[in-house]
Design a protein around this ligand. Sequence first.
Ligand SMILES: Nc1nc2c(ncn2[C@@H]2O[C@H](COP(=O)(O)OP(=O)(O)OP(=O)(O)O)[C@@H](O)[C@H]2O)c(=O)[nH]1
Ligand SMILES: [Mg+2]
Length: 389
Amino acid sequence: MIERVRGKEKAILVGIGHKDQPKEQLTEYLDELTMLCHTAGATPVKIFTQNLSRFDPAFLIGSGKVKEIQAYIEEHKEVDLVIFDDELSPSQQRNLEAEFKRKILDRTGLILDIFADRAQTAYAKTQVELAQYEYLLPRLMGMWTHLEKQRGGIGLRGPGESEIETDRRRIRKRIALLRDRLVDVDRQMTTQRRNRGQLIRVSLVGYTNAGKSTIMNMLSHSNVFAENALFATLDTTVRKVTFDNTTFLLSDTVGFIRKLPTFLIESFKSTLDEVREADLLLHVVDVSHPSFEEHIKIVKQTLTELKCADKPMLTVFNKMDLYRIQNEEEDEMVPLSLEGFKNSFIQKSHEPCVFVSAANRTNVEELRSVLLSEVRKQYSVRYPYMVVN
Ligand SMILES: Nc1nc2c(ncn2[C@@H]2O[C@H](COP(=O)(O)OP(=O)(O)OP(=O)(O)O)[C@@H](O)[C@H]2O)c(=O)[nH]1
Ligand SMILES: [Mg+2]
């Protein structure tokens, strides 16, 4: 494993806009990439954008933009890496690396690096290692050859250079071994889940940084790590919760994000089994985020990929304290009251839903009572002859 100095690497970010995309959307995407970059421990020093109707097969971006970035790097030798918001093919990555003589990462590479850094348990580490090797395998040829002197850092955490330099066969072997290891753990975890008895299982799901762990802590009086960073949670935590004599299991797990590649979701299959086997999903949404509607869509798409789109779902709009709305008369941005939320289009288009501020403990009682009645509904579906109080 390679040690790195956090916060010391300087990064250029590159975003690509499309003709029929609103300008604000590219800005939001780049804000998210900036946050990912900070989470990985690097400092973004410059952002380049380009509008393209089609990607360049050799460099993704057009040759003019390549020159522009190159000129910037010439002048700012302290730049360590260039991060693209879009996916790069292995050959594009190699070509860009040869041009810029810097580490090149795409969004997936950056996310993997954060995962490698965040993984706590042996189990999460195995899952991340598997994902990293799957990502690296097609990129092995000629990779990092320009970077011999520049060891370590973002994108090189995890498997390590010596491993990368070995032949593909060894890596394939390692992938097979990691898969086997995960199958074993899966088996153990399935047994564990079975032993948890007949309790209804509720799973927190949602876009990363929406406030899932904060809500988990609030509802279960536990102490799951919550932070203003993306992917603070990688492992799954399960807690037993009792409201008014009704007991159920509540789990908190990894957040979803735009463009999460399928292989990454696949390698987190076991972590996400808790979601797959849940009776009820508690979908946490950061309502104060300008793109919250898009986040909802992405979470739903990911749930479809996990084959859990049909599960009963209660949507929790969190961070209502940060929400602002235009006040027509005074032409300023003002907060929205609980009543205002309940009469809004948000309420109407996402039933059943609850509005809360987990940070300020606003409307938590309603969340508890709606959740309790949903849980009881699930118990009565499963045990129709049982009397639930
Ligand atoms: N203002 C405000 N901040 C909140 C609220 N709920 C959570 N936060 C903050 O939002 C940040 C993210 O919260 P987490 O609970 O870590 O979010 P998460 O969904 O578990 O995130 P990941 O595990 O990274 O996917 C933290 O800094 C929280 O303190 C809220 O209601 N209002
Ligand atoms: Mg979390």
